[in-house]
Design a protein around this ligand. Structure first.
Ligand SMILES: [Zn+2]
Length: 392
């Protein structure tokens, strides 16, 4: 270990004290590396993850050494991850830009700092970051994962005397791994309710939005109060409920939230509107709905029911379904408009409408005729009634 690297480890320890949430990743003993030998060390995982941060939670299949940031021989093509680490020799003091281009996600760390954040599932995408470095060796770590189709990873740099190019093997040497994670930014709260058969482990992940620490308490609190109501509205007897759910707060998400593997929450949105937790209720409704795909499955009704749930749960977050009919509304508008329509039809025509629709969607037996079966009126006629009377 040379002095520069020793210095950056000292700096890391200081920042972990100051940052409180930051610690050197525990658990796995570092692999002894003869410092200064050419190449990098790598760890190969076979895992289905949607962020490189979860690789450290998986068991590696293999460790080895490799010349540079490239796929080792004999790895599979889908659902895998790699971590490469060592030291990079910087020729002169100055500002250096690092790039990763990857499918799916990747990150590049120099010392404890994440310089390139190019994580989460995506097709080939390049991201970059710039850091001022003194001449000499600096610890480097690149993490990468692939879900399915089109795996690739390219790592390049650009600096005072370097045109943008792939990082050449000649500047890479082996070095003990230096990893920084923020363990307290991933918490699990197990919820159960007296007299209820189901439980729910609520995981809150703010590893990429450490300032949103309050959500580790507020989200489980909201779910403790409201989750049973969601189950009552869109749960179906005999259908499995999730036993755990992860809410991941991430930068660069273009919608407030979406449900996928778990629920991804836009860090930017919730920084501005921390009280907008009805979004989480809507997405959680989708997780419970989990309707199978079938021909003629109406997306607008799926979204309408999710907002109907949000309405019924009655969070005091300032969100409301529309209170009056407007010309631009269609029953196929989905979301709040369809939710208002559902509330109206339940009030005036069939109080079990949503429960019936929900069961039919779950059983793949929904057809537009179901509206007539429930209410005695076809869908178009119900909509006319809504247009004439709603909010009057
Ligand atoms: Zn939705």
């Amino acid at each position: 270990m040379n002095n520069r690297i020793r210095t950056s480890i000292a700096a890391l320890v200081v920042s972990s004290v100051l940052g409180a949430a930051q610690e050197i990743a525990p658990g796995r003993a570092p692999i002894a590396a003869p410092s200064g030998q050419p190449g990098l060390q790598y760890r190969y995982y076979e895992a289905n993850v949607d962020t490189t941060l979860d690789l450290s939670l998986a068991e590696p299949v293999r460790n080895g050494t490799i010349e540079t940031f490239s796929f080792p021989e004999g790895i599979r093509r889908d659902y895998f991850g790699l971590e490469f680490w060592g030291a990079i020799e910087v020729p002169v003091d100055g500002s250096y830009t690092f790039y990763t281009r990857s499918d799916d996600g990747s990150r590049l760390y120099i010392g404890e700092r994440c310089v390139v954040l190019n994580d989460y599932p995506h097709g080939p995408t390049e991201a970059s970051g710039t850091i001022v470095l003194e001449a000499g060796r600096h610890p480097i770590l690149v993490t990468y994962f692939e879900t399915y189709v089109g795996e690739m990873l390219a790592v390049s740099w650009e600096g005072p005397e370097i045109r943008k190019a792939a990082v050449p093997p000649g500047v890479l040497t082996q070095h003990d791994r230096l990893t920084v994670t923020a363990p307290s930014a991933l918490t699990t709260t197990r919820l159960s309710w007296p007299g209820r058969e189901f439980t729910l482990a609520v995981q809150v992940d703010t590893r990429d939005a450490v300032d949103l620490v309050d959500f580790h308490a507020t989200l489980p609190g909201v779910l403790r109060e409201h989750y049973p109501k969601i189950v009552d509205i869109v749960g179906v007897e005999g259908a499995a409920l999730p036993d755990k759910i992860r809410f991941s707060f991430r930068p660069g998400i273009k919608v407030p939230a979406y449900a996928g593997r778990g629920i991804v929450m836009s860090a930017d949105w919730f920084r501005k509107r921390p009280g907008d937790l009805g979004c989480a209720i809507h997405e959680l409704a989708h997780i419970v709905q989990r309707y199978p795909n079938f021909q003629g499955k109406p997306g607008w009704l799926v979204e309408g029911i999710a907002d109907y749930v949000r309405h019924k749960v009655g969070l005091d977050d300032g969100w409301r379904i529309p209170q009056k009919y407007r010309e631009s509304f269609r029953y196929t508008s989905g979301y709040g408009v369809t939710a208002a329509f559902l509330v109206f039809v339940e009030t005036h025509h069939d109080r079990d409408l949503v429960a019936t629709m929900n069961r039919a969607l779950k059983a793949k037996s929904y057809t537009p005729e179901l509206w007539q079966t429930c209410t005695g009126k076809p869908l178009d006629e119900l909509w006319q009634d809504f247009a004439t009377r709603y909010g009057k």
